[in-house]
Design a protein around this ligand. Sequence first.
Ligand code: SF4
Ligand code: SF4
Length: 248
Amino acid sequence: MEIKEEIKNWINGKVDAVGFAPVDRFGEAPEKHHPEYILPGAKTVIVYGRLIPRGVTKSPNYGKYFLHRSYHTVYPYLDELGYSLSNLLEAETGELAVQAPSYLPMVFHGMEPWGVLSLKHAAEKAGLGAFGRSGQLYHPKHGGMLRWGGVITTAEMEGDPLIDKRPCPEDCTACMKACPVKAIQDEREKFEKMTCLAHSIKHVIYPLAMKGEEGRKRIERITNTAGYNYWMECFACVKVCPLNKTKD
Ligand code: SF4
Ligand code: SF4
């Protein structure tokens, strides 16, 4: 059996979507976040997604509590899958593999956090979705409710077809209207990540540990060691997006 089929059989039932991206699709990736910079000789990125239950968006009083638990349950799960899949790949093919972190550790450019590998961009290149006006990736069936994990490997595998159709209905502006800090601005096709993060991510340690110039210089170490279990104060754009709904 081909290794791609073997991986699909192995992961079937463990995730809600999986796709394969040849590394030659990553031409526009920033140098330090390119799969070949992460693993020299990389040929394929395997990306998989797990659903956040839609009930989270329907709970009027405890949605944030459920979102908190959903995110922090799914990230370790995705990392464990990447760890096991990397070992499986190395054993079956004799090639190299590494798991791309589903959340932490992140790399900081100044105060801005970047994934070691941007999994939403990798998911796009693996044919798992297309970007909407909110700056998020939307899967044709699951919308923006998937959290992503991935594996970078030197094993060569065929890529899955890309989705190039923009997902948003032509006149929809629901996420822009819902965002209390105007982080989503369609006129500039831009999602202001830092504006969103400043409003939505809350953590009890950050204001204390990052006090003053010296504290801010340590932002990468502080976030990567103490940042798990952050609180998400806002997910208004997720709740209103029609692409995230099955039935009301
Ligand atoms: S999470 Fe909140 S702050 Fe961030 S883009 Fe969505 S609505 Fe705006
Ligand atoms: S709310 Fe509307 S414009 Fe925003 S991402 Fe969803 S479909 Fe696109």
